[in-house]
Design a protein around this ligand. Structure first.
Ligand code: SAM
Length: 321
């Protein structure tokens, strides 16, 4: 490995609710979902690892989109001609597409949920949450994820509502594809910010958004591109696993496929930046990323396998420039 660099972390902002403070006036869009491994608070550290000539790059790809924190930050400072955002989670991509196409109707439906929820007692709020979760799971059989239609709009509204009221903003499905995260005891959540949603809808106007595995995206990358990759992290404890995001998990085989695709892109001189966990139990950096530069950053992460505590953990940023 050529070099390991430590990037300084900055003091955290005070009391932020899902990235947006109550009543905050926004001029720059922010992630509208809370997502496991979301990078909004880490962006200032990641920024220091970006390639210097990013303003010359025409195409931007983000194939592990999640809440899109890096995309939202980057598009404000760089004017990429083509942007491709993707994720394997079809329910997540459904929400992005609804914001792109029907943001007004989406906000109206969320407002109805919000108004009903805000008038309930705490016990009834919990009931409301489980009823919505149940309806969201039953509805999945009526959705054709390959064909945009009006019934996507209430589904996206439910997904955003559940995301802001479930435990810790997790999106977890069981093997049957049911969303199974418990109530988060969020009795007064900020479900969305109208200005933010409208800014995001504008931003997504000319963006290509796809539900797909990362490999098909990486195989089709054009010249003069930059790719930001944030795959599900390798487990950092023996009990942690890859399955926090998606019912099928992210396996060792997936990591190998990823490394192979990146090596091909590297030969084509296409620049990429990848995040992953700091290796504690294995030596994957030496195995997979010997030829690349590795920087270490620090993050506050929820260690669900240990307790509800947030801990400071090291993470790595791998770049090929
Ligand atoms: C660490 S999260 C990304 C977080 C994102 N950077 C953010 O700021 O919110 C990893 C994402 O990879 C997605 N994912 C998992 N397996 C995938 C695959 N094989 N292809 C594409 N995306 C995948 C998950 O659905 C999840 O949204």
């Amino acid at each position: 490995m050529s070099k390991i660099e430590h990037i300084a972390s900055y003091p955290r902002k005070p009391q932020v609710l899902f990235g947006i403070e109550q009543g905050e006036i926004l001029t720059r869009p922010k992630p509208f979902l809370k997502w496991a491994g979301g990078k909004d608070r880490l962006f200032h550290q990641l920024q220091q690892c970006l390639p210097t000539e990013l303003d010359q790059v025409q195409n931007y790809y983000e194939p592990f989109l999640g809440s899109g924190a890096v995309f939202f930050n980057l598009v404000q400072d760089f004017s990429f001609r083509n942007i491709t955002l993707s994720d394997i989670n079809e329910e997540l991509i459904l929400v992005y597409k609804v914001i792109q196409n029907n943001v007004g109707e989406l906000m109206q439906i969320i407002d109805q949920y919000k108004n009903r929820y805000s008038k309930l007692s705490n016990i009834d709020k919990e009931k409301f949450y489980y009823e919505m979760r149940n309806s969201y799971n039953i509805q999945r059989f009526n959705i054709n994820h390959r064909k945009y239609s009006d019934i996507w709009i209430p589904r996206a509204a439910q997904m955003i509502f559940l995301n802001k009221t479930c435990y810790n903003g997790l999106y977890r499905q069981n093997m049957r594809g049911e969303f199974n995260v418990p109530f988060g005891k969020n009795y007064n959540p900020v479900i969305y910010n109208q200005t933010n949603m409208e800014l995001i809808a504008k931003l997504l106007n000319d963006v290509e958004i796809k539900t797909t595995d990362f490999e098909s995206i990486l195989n089709a990358v054009k010249d003069n591109s930059f790719i930001y990759l944030d795959p599900p992290y390798r487990p950092i404890t023996k009990t942690a696993n890859f399955t926090d995001y998606y019912k099928l998990g992210f396996t060792e085989k997936d990591n190998e496929r990823l490394m192979e695709s990146l090596n091909i892109l590297n030969k084509r001189k296409i620049k990429f930046m990848l995040n992953n966990s700091f290796p504690l139990n294995d030596n994957y950096l030496a195995e997979y990323y010997t030829d690349y530069k590795v920087s270490v950053i620090t993050a506050n992460r929820m260690m669900s396998s240990i307790s509800d505590r947030r801990c400071k953990v090291s993470e790595v940023v791998v770049t090929n420039y």
